[in-house]
Ligand binder design. Structure first.
Ligand code: SME
Length: 160
């Protein structure tokens, strides 16, 4: 198994291209979703030094905090609430360049300024979790992050 990630690349696209197959290798023989969420959160956090990276799982029609890297966070989010609950309700990736301009944003930390939330689907097409990545910088996330983060959560599709 891969014990150390070797990340090559001088720009974001190259870094994601280097990271994505390593995440696939890291998770392919592990059926436990919590273990895989935990390693994905760690890999993204340590590669890009994002402020907060983590998963919220859909449990009993609520989002419940799952494996994450970063400061402590709110534990439960209702459907349609905040960026995470909105991405779940709308079943699509949401990029928020300035969280202060997002109605109903849930401020787990006042240091978080922009974020991207990506729904995680199982093979039946149901949303089982969301991946939430937060930055302390405004306008940190774009279509490149969306493309690769969506590809990364799809790696887990068969095991969810
Ligand atoms: N920002 C999220 C809440 C989760 S924390 O930031 C970790 C939201 O508004 O959904």
């Amino acid at each position: 198994m891969t014990e150390t990630l070797i990340i090559q690349g001088t720009n974001k696209t190259e870094t994601y291209r280097s990271l994505t197959p390593q995440i696939a290798a890291l998770t392919e023989h592990e059926p436990d979703v919590i273990a895989n969420f935990a390693n994905i959160a760690a890999a993204l956090k340590h590669t890009f030094h994002f402020f907060w990276v983590g998963f919220y799982r859909v449990i009993d029609n609520e989002l419940v905090l799952g494996p994450f890297q970063g400061p402590i966070a709110c534990t439960r989010i209702a459907k349609g609430k905040g960026v995470c609950g909105s991405a779940w309700a709308q079943n699509k990736t949401l990029i928020v360049p300035d969280v202060d301009l997002f109605p109903g944003h849930i401020a787990c930390s006042s240091l978080s300024r922009s974020e991207i939330v990506v729904p995680v689907h199982n093979k039946m097409g149901e949303i089982v979790a969301v991946l939430d990545v937060d930055s302390e910088h405004l306008n940190k996330f774009d279509a490149i992050d969306q493309h690769y983060l969506e590809a990364i959560v799809k790696i887990l599709l068969e095991s969810l």
